[in-house]
Each structure stands twice: as structure tokens, then as C-alpha cells.
Design a protein around this ligand. Structure first.
Ligand code: DGY
Length: 320
């Protein structure tokens, strides 16, 4: 099997106990051509969200039985092409929910209260006295949170906002989430209504053709100028040029992005130099507990797929 990066030890040890592991042990992902060459002849591939697993790769890797994605999202994998070739696809849902919701809330409060800009000013030696009008942010308690995509992670953030901060919860989702409506009195509304009425907006939708650049110039214009936008899902949900315009023209209070389009974002990208935009390097699931649990599931999915058994967490058509 080919493992495209050093996942945490619990996963690697589990894999090494049962099969030969060809590990790409570099700090950055294997280039696509290397990914294809190293995967050909393998029955299993443990991929990261940075690895493109497309039909051309699958055609070159005819022995492949399973692609185990070390992530809950799987937009990097052509699942349909895998299913058509009888290749199982696994992912790691559930175990990174709370870690991701924590980071979404962290970005929300840090962006609302200008935390990074305030720290930068201290580092620049600009803290001369207590400022009655300095770094005035948005008040969180009793505000309205708009959750775009009320799945596990959206629900975990909504719980924090409603139960901890007394927020009113709006959500936009193709499906009704009865738990959210019963437990949090959440209201399902059309996306445009959510954008117009929310004080804080957090994105938790998968990246699919229907959601690509869903937060475009028109969507940003629909938001309150006092609103805070958070994205811990996928960078391509947001049109970053339009976001830059909104943040610099006083049409949006602040943004917190854990994901960008592309990743990594270029250091000269103007978004990085705005005082009202926080960017972190896709770390929402980066807790020891979450990454160990992801590693265990990804390893188990891979082993089950190689053995021709049903995966613990599969997507696409059932092949085993
Ligand atoms: C995922 O799992 O999809 C996250 O983006 C990384 O943990």
C-alpha cells in the first residue's frame, strides 16, 4: 500500500502490523506523477485531502482495491470513478467534529474581537494606554448564528453558540435537521435569508459543484456590514477576491478562514495582510485526539478494503 504522508503513529503501527507500507515521508505531498507511480502495483492507497485521486490515476493503478481518505471531506477523490471500477472509498467522519467546531468558534470570537490585530499592535509597540475606542469588536451573546450546512460539525458549532452564548440559530441545508430544531430551536431558512439576518456566518457545507463559490460577491452583499464570516470547510466555497473587496470596503466586519483557495495561500495574497481577516493553515482537526482517531479509522478502512470487507466508513457505491 502507498501512504502519502506520515499520519500519527497509531495509524502507521496498525498498518505496518499487517502489510508492507510504502510511506511518502516528506513534509509536502507527493507530486501527482509520483502519486500515480507509487500507487501503481498497490492494492491500497491512504490519501490526504491534498492528493488528487482521479480517473487517470485509477486507470494507471489497476490493482487498487481501496482508497482510504484521511479526512471527513473527500472532494479530492473521484468517488464515482472509484465505484465504477469496484474500488472502495473510505473517510473519517465523526471523530473530528468537536475539534473542528472548537476552531470555528475560536475563529469566530477572534475575528469578532480583532484578537490578531490587537496582538500585532502590541508587538509593534503601539500599546500606549487603555483605549476607550480601540479595537471595538462585535458582541457575541444573544446574536444570530447562521450555519451553512447543518451536518455534524455545523450542529456542534450551533450547540456551542446556542447553549453557551444564547444565540439564535438559523441554518441553510438541503435537508431538515430535526435534532437542531428540537434541541436548539434552530430555524431552517433559504441561504439568502440566512446571509441577511445572521450576525455570524459559519460554513460547513461539502465542496460539490452546487456549493463551489457559493459565497460570491452577491452573497457577500447580502450580509450585514457588521457580520463575521468563518470558513473551516473548504476554501473554494468562498470567492476570495469578492471577500477581499467586502472586507476592505466596510461591507463585512471580519472573516476567519481555516481553509483557502488554493492551499497554501500565497504569502503575498492581500487577504493575509488585512487587519480584519484571520487565516490559519487548515488546522481545524489538529488535536492529538482527533488526528489519532482519524489515523485509526483510515488505517482500519484501508485494511478492511484490502481484505475485501466492508469499510468502517465508506462513501460511494458499496463494492464489498
Ligand atoms: C477534513 O477532514 O475534511 C478536514 O478538512 C481535515 O481534517
Amino acid at each position: 500500500m502507498f501512504v502519502t504522508r506520515a499520519i500519527t503513529d497509531v495509524g502507521l503501527e496498525r498498518l505496518r502490523a499487517v502489510c508492507d507500507v510504502d510511506l511518502w515521508d516528506e513534509a509536502t505531498p507527493p507530486p501527482y506523477e509520483t502519486l500515480v507511480v507509487r500507487t501503481s502495483g498497490c492494492v491500497g492507497l491512504l490519501a490526504l485531502l491534498t492528493d488528487r485521486v482521479d480517473a487517470a490515476l485509477l486507470d494507471a493503478c489497476t490493482d487498487l482495491r481501496v482508497v482510504s481518505n484521511f479526512a471527513v471531506g473527500y472532494d479530492n477523490v473521484d468517488v464515482e470513478a472509484c465505484s465504477a471500477r469496484g474500488i472502495a472509498v473510505g473517510h473519517t467522519p465523526g471523530v473530528l467534529t468537536e475539534a473542528t467546531a472548537d476552531l470555528a468558534f475560536c475563529l469566530l470570537i477572534a475575528a469578532a474581537r480583532h484578537v490578531p490585530a490587537a496582538q500585532q499592535s502590541v508587538l509593534r509597540g503601539e500599546w500606549r494606554t487603555w483605549e476607550p475606542r480601540g479595537f471595538l469588536g462585535r458582541h457575541l451573546q444573544f446574536g444570530t448564528i447562521g450555519i451553512v450546512g447543518m451536518g455534524r460539525i455545523g450542529m456542534a458549532l450551533a450547540r456551542r453558540c446556542h447553549k453557551g452564548w444564547g444565540m439564535h440559530v438559523l441554518y441553510a441545508d438541503p435537508r431538515t435537521n430535526e435534532d437542531a430544531e428540537r434541541e436548539l430551536h434552530a430555524q431552517r431558512v433559504p441561504l439568502r435569508q440566512l446571509l441577511a439576518q445572521s450576525d455570524f456566518i459559519s460554513l460547513h457545507a461539502p465542496l460539490v459543484p452546487e456549493t463551489e463559490y457559493m459565497i460570491d460577491a452577491a452573497a457577500l452583499r447580502a450580509m450585514k456590514p457588521t457580520a463575521v464570516l468563518v470558513n473551516t470547510a473548504r476554501g473554494a466555497l468562498v470567492d476570495q477576491d469578492a471577500l477581499f473587496d467586502a472586507l476592505t470596503q466596510g461591507r463585512l466586519h471580519a472573516a476567519g478562514l481555516d481553509v483557502t483557495d488554493p492551499e497554501p495561500v500565497a504569502t503575498e495574497d492581500p487577504l493575509l495582510h488585512l487587519p480584519n481577516c484571520i487565516v490559519t493553515p487548515h488546522i481545524a482537526s489538529a488535536t492529538v485526539r482527533a488526528r489519532d482517531a482519524m489515523a485509526e479509522i483510515a488505517a482500519e478502512n484501508l485494511i478492511l478494503g484490502i481484505e475485501g470487507r466492508a469499510l468502517r466508513h465508506a462513501v460511494g457505491r458499496r463494492v464489498n
